[in-house]
Design a protein around this ligand. Structure first.
Ligand code: BES
Ligand code: MN
Ligand code: ZN
Length: 510
């Protein structure tokens, strides 16, 4: 899709279709009002005949509207104006796209971006519209022998802004939206791939490809090197699998040399059978999604590189399968992590923390400004927060606030859970420094407490995306979350860094 931004009267837009909104009950948006005026109340008359109320989810396509330059006018129902918020706005954009694709329009002008969404500005509207368009057009048919053959002629889409002076900010927002959408797309595609294709080696190849096409640096550590580094916790997870584990390191050096990097760590379990503590059969296929943390790191790097953000960012992906087998780790086995701390593995299905802890120790060598790990870590998080919010736990309040704010801004929200010492006691082991499980209660928190034992050297936050990374059931599929949150977090950091540079003439973060 080719996107552009326009300002100017909707009735004068020369395109195959101009899209405007109508609220309940038959209340025109500003753009619809303009068209109605130019068309000598043509729209008012049609609505009065009862063809459209403005209810959310409805639409009406009109041809050859008098006084209007576009071939078609598409009216999109927006629901009650008082209740028009983010969710309603995004649904309207998505509905418009689906309707447009059923017309013969090759290009269209979308005036919905001018609508007033509570507490949001034009930049937000534009950025989210670009992301929503890509979300609506996404198909996971790369492994189907017959592709979805519905005709989709739409090639060019213009977003409208009300005033000319909004154009520069809107252009920036559009570029961000397009970059983030590309990142989300990659994350979804990787997530949806089956475990027999998307193996640790496949993820490593993806990282190398990404590095090549986007000017990043990629490095892959093999089993031998991991052994040398003492990553026996990570390696204990890989023991039952025939797939070689990979330790992936990606670097984007957009910042000043010497600036401390943001480090993103993504759980890359390409299939989680549970290992010897085997999972029950129902829905086990969904454990191909256990690499969605890794996929979100790759997706965020794509967005970050496309936006050319002036930041230093390191991505770390510990990738492995978790399988049962003759050589697999057994409940009760004790391993020594790279940090030197010993772990009694009471449940081989709590493997995410075992690969992450060594990655978190490895992160120390970058003297990070902060570390954020992203993981489909606990079923308990799905119970606590469902598929609306990602779980957030952190050892640093200002980092937590930054991430929560970014989630709000991107409408990809997270919710903080406490990381108190009292919970950490649940990890006591009679035989090692810690156990890898903390019992039934507060599973998301004790998992984070485990990771917390490896992150004393830097500000750290953990995003549990077990409930948000994919949808189950009929609509099964990866969501691309939390790429929007992470991208926004980095955009805000880049903005801060440039502001600081402008005001003081030198770098802010040391
Ligand atoms: N990948 C799973 C977590 C998961 C389960 C995410 C279901 C989404 C849906 C993780 O490796 C796991 O198995 N966690 C265990 C931990 C338990 C053994 C302490 C869990 O949540 O049951
Ligand atoms: Mn598991
Ligand atoms: Zn897992």
């Amino acid at each position: 899709m080719e996107f552009s931004i326009k300002s100017g009267s909707p009735e004068k837009q020369r395109s195959a279709c101009v899209v405007v909104g109508v609220f309940e009950a038959r209340k025109f948006s500003a753009a619809a009002e303009c068209i109605d005026r130019a068309a000598n109340k043509f729209l008012s008359e049609i609505l009065q005949r009862g063809d459209m109320e403005g209810k959310a989810g409805t639409s009406l396509l009109l041809h050859k509207v008098p006084g209007v330059a576009a071939d078609r006018v598409l009216l999109i129902g927006l629901g009650k104006e008082k209740e028009f918020r983010e969710k309603e706005y995004l649904a309207a954009i998505s509905a418009a796209l689906r309707q447009l694709n059923q017309t013969g329009s090759a290009d269209a002008t979308l005036c919905l971006t001018e609508l007033n969404v509570k507490k949001r500005d034009t930049s937000w509207n534009i950025r989210q519209a670009a992301i929503m368009v890509s979300e609506t057009l996404y198909r996971s048919d790369c492994l189907k022998s017959k592709k979805d053959e519905s005709t989709r002629p739409l090639r060019k889409l213009s977003f409208c802004v009300a005033r000319r002076n909004e154009l520069p900010a809107a252009e920036t927002a559009l570029a961000q939206g397009v970059a983030i959408a590309a990142g989300i797309d990659l994350t979804k595609t990787l997530g949806n791939l089956p475990g027999n294709i998307c193996t640790p080696s496949y993820l490593a190849d993806q990282a190398k490809d990404l590095a090549k096409t986007l000017g990043l640096d990629a490095q892959i550590l093999e089993r031998q090197e991991m052994e040398k580094l003492g990553m026996h916790s990570l390696l204990s997870v890989a023991r039952g699998s025939h797939q070689a584990p990979k330790f992936i390191i990606l670097r984007h050096t957009g910042g000043t040399p010497g600036d401390k990097p943001v480090v993103l760590v993504g759980k890359g379990i390409t299939f989680d059978s549970g290992g010897i503590s085997l999972k029950p059969g129902a829905e086990m296929d969904e454990m191909k999604y256990d690499m969605c943390g890794a996929a979100s790191v790759l997706g965020t790097f794509k967005a970050l590189a496309l936006m050319k953000l002036p930041l230093n960012v390191v991505g770390i992906i510990p990738a492995s399968e978790n399988m049962p087998g003759g050589a697999a780790t057994k409940p009760g086995d004790i391993v020594t992590s790279m940090s030197g701390q010993t772990i009694e593995i009471l449940n081989t299905d709590a493997e995410g923390r075992l690969v992450l802890c060594d990655a978190l120790t490895y992160a120390e060598r970058f003297t990070p400004d902060c570390v954020v790990d992203i993981a489909t870590l606990t079923g308990a998080c799905v119970v606590a927060l469902g598929n609306v919010a990602s779980g957030l736990l952190a050892n640093n309040d200002s980092l937590a606030t930054e991430l929560l704010d970014a989630g709000q801004e991107a409408y990809d929200r997270a919710w903080q859970l406490p990381l108190w010492d009292e919970y950490d006691e649940q990890l006591k082991s009679n035989f090692a420094d810690m156990a890898n499980i903390g019992g039934k209660a507060a599973g998301t928190i004790t998992a984070a407490c485990f990771l917390g034992r490896y992150t004393h050297k830097y500000p750290w936050a953990h995003l549990d995306i077990a409930g948000t990374a994919w949808r189950s059931g009929k609509e099964k599929g990866a969501t691309g979350r939390p790429v929007p949150l992470l991208s926004q977090f980095l955009i805000a950091r880049a903005d801060n860094a440039t502001d600081a540079q402008k005001t003081t003439g030198k770098r802010k973060r040391k």
